[in-house]
Design a protein around this ligand. Structure first.
Ligand code: GSF
Length: 202
């Protein structure tokens, strides 16, 4: 398998965490979709990473399709419950975490535009989504070690990627100050080699 992505993307990080936690071998092909010489559109018409190339006839995107596929590939270290409400709530956690990333990426990109082109209203709309999303995560997290119950799931990996990306790109959103349950999950994830090895960096 070949994973195409960048080392700053939280969506790419989420798939790399699943690959590591499921102990799946893969080739990591770095490609920044913003670069002029990117090859990403040849694999994904949306021009977005991550892309998982299982084989030339089996190419997957986006990150939620990839994580569901990877979890199904081997029976070990299951990260998504097999059925029912438990499965749907873990997938909702992933959707919420990805949505926080969507808003954080949008705010980050707006801040990189030329000052005269920036919309403060647009940036505020995105950062409001990030703050509301993180507040919802804190309320929804259980009182045990992980987001849902006592076992780590895809919910925790997705939340860790979102919180890590906000800390990396929007440090002014100081989520650690008022989210004790999320700090507990994040700091537990931070002890894992998979989380350390995939930390975003310029
Ligand atoms: C989002 C991927 C995405 O926006 C997923 O995989 O979950 N729903 C998709 N990736 C960004 C990189 S990053 O900001 O993480 C991307 O590839 N942007 C390039 C573009 O042209 O939007």
């Amino acid at each position: 398998m070949k994973l195409i992505g960048s080392i700053t993307s939280p969506y790419v990080r989420k798939t790399r965490l699943v690959l590591a936690e499921k102990k799946l071998d893969y080739e990591f092909v770095q490609d920044v979709p913003w670069n002029a010489d990117t090859q990403v559109p040849l694999w994904n018409p949306l021009g977005k990473v991550p892309v998982l190339v299982v084989d030339d006839d089996y190419v997957l995107f986006d990150s939620r399709v990839i994580t569901e596929y990877l979890d199904s590939v081997t029976p070990n270290n299951k990260l998504i419950p097999p059925s029912g409400r438990a499965r749907m709530f873990v997938k909702r956690w992933e959707a919420l975490a990805d949505g926080v990333c969507d808003a954080a990426v949008a705010a980050f990109l707006e801040n990189r535009r030329a000052p005269r082109e920036r919309s403060a209203a647009w940036t505020e709309r995105q950062t409001d989504k990030v703050r509301r999303g993180i507040d919802f995560m804190e309320q929804d997290a259980g009182d045990q070690q992980w987001c849902r119950g006592t076992a780590m799931s895809l919910a925790d990996l997705a939340v860790g990627c979102a919180l890590g990306y906000v800390a990396f790109r929007l440090p002014e959103i100081a989520w650690r100050e008022n989210c004790p349950k999320l700090v507990r999950v994040y700091d537990k994830l931070a002890q894992r080699p998979s989380f350390q090895e995939t930390a975003p960096r310029e």
